[in-house]
Design a binder for this molecule. Structure first.
Ligand SMILES: Nc1ncnc2c1ncn2[C@@H]1O[C@H](COP(=O)(O)OP(=O)(O)O)[C@@H](O)[C@H]1O
Ligand SMILES: N[C@@H](CCOP(=O)(O)O)C(=O)O
Length: 322
């Protein structure tokens, strides 16, 4: 159960009067998250019921949240399928509830598609390209906080815990990624706000219709190609082996390319970028496994999954971008 801060309907009844949402009818805790306390909120306005998600942020602060919430609003206003945050009567998107930052966003229809077919991957690729284009004129700037600098900070923290062969791979890959980040091709890559964690569990589908991307709390400014690589490394693989499924890769990258054509530099950078996407999640999973943060991770994800993916991306070239 991932409701860390209990909230009752009575608590919300008064609090919600500052939002143009009508009256709170029902509040249900959502069990699946791992970082925040999330609730489905039903309200009634002019005789009609509406569904929202109320999130109480357990780790992110009032200072950190505007980048993420304003990005969601910016994207929603430009027709990207993401939850739209609701402002209160002072125009604020982040409002204290039980002393912690909280926000209300629109509820996406559908469920996560955990066994995606090419048709789902194509929808994700097209929406991802649309999202990158729509984010171009987003005014707030924040780096990807899980990027190269974080890999350098985190690697020495996990090295003492892991056996020699893994330590060797980790150090060698960080070294390889340093060289890649410094090369001319990398400097030519398109940069902007990215989701940076667009896994299967962060996208909703109603049948084959993509209804939205959510969980933007790892978003930051980084290369668009890194976002594509992270997404392909989750959506287009056999989960047991990490091996890429060519049909799903083609569907995702072709659909992306049709909306926002990849550049020659992106074509060149594709194989090392897939390795970067694997390294990022191998490292965060190692960190969460060996250095668990208090009351944050209920069940740490398996680091071995992304170690396998990284080894596989090093050993076997992925299908070309175009
Ligand atoms: N806007 C939304 N619309 C519909 N469901 C949502 C929305 N936001 C979150 N959820 C539901 O809440 C669950 C937990 O959200 P998530 O952002 O993954 O939490 P956490 O940040 O705590 O890991 C999701 O798996 C999803 O079922
Ligand atoms: N996608 C990451 C973990 C982040 O968790 P999320 O539920 O907030 O997406 C991973 O799989 O390691």
């Amino acid at each position: 159960m991932a409701v860390f801060t209990p909230v009752s309907l009575e608590d919300v009844t008064q609090w919600i009067t500052q939002f143009p949402l009508g009256q709170a009818l029902e509040l249900k805790g959502i069990s699946s998250g791992i970082e925040n306390s999330n609730f489905f909120l039903t309200t009634e306005r002019n005789g009609e019921q509406h569904q929202y998600v109320l999130t109480i942020f357990e780790n992110l602060s009032f200072e950190q949240l505007p980048f993420y919430l304003n990005l969601m609003r910016h994207l929603a206003e430009r027709g990207v399928a993401v939850p739209a945050p609701v402002a209160n009567d002072k125009g604020e998107l982040i409002v204290a509830l039980h002393g912690k930052p909280a926000a209300i966003v629109t509820k996406l229809e559908g469920q996560s598609q955990m066994s995606p077919q090419p048709v789902h991957c194509a929808a994700v690729g097209a929406m991802l390209a649309k999202m990158h284009l729509a984010g171009q004129d987003y005014a707030l700037k924040q780096p990807n906080l899980r990027g190269l600098a974080w890999w350098h900070e985190t690697t020495p923290e996990v090295l003492p815990f892991i056996p020699e062969d893994k330590a060797h791979l980790l150090k060698a890959e960080v070294h390889f990624q340093d060289a890649f980040a410094a090369c001319d091709v990398h400097k030519q890559l398109q940069v902007g706000p990215i989701h940076a964690d667009l896994f299967r569990n962060n996208v909703m589908f109603d049948g084959e219709r993509l209804t939205g991307f959510f969980d933007f709390y790892f978003a930051g400014c980084d290369t668009w190609l890194f976002d594509v690589a992270v997404t392909v490394n989750d959506w287009c693989i056999d989960l047991d082996t990490g091996v890429l499924d060519t049909a799903r890769v083609r569907a995702l990258v072709d659909a992306y390319h049709a909306v926002r054509p990849f550049t020659a530099a992106e074509h060149t950078a594709w194989q090392p970028m897939l390795r970067a996407g694997a390294l990022r999640f191998w490292l965060s999973r190692l960190y969460d496994f060996y250095r668990p943060r208090e009351a944050e991770m209920l069940t740490p994800h398996d680091p071995g999954h992304f170690e396998r993916i990284l080894r596989e991306r090093i050993a076997t070239p992925a299908p070309e971008l175009f």
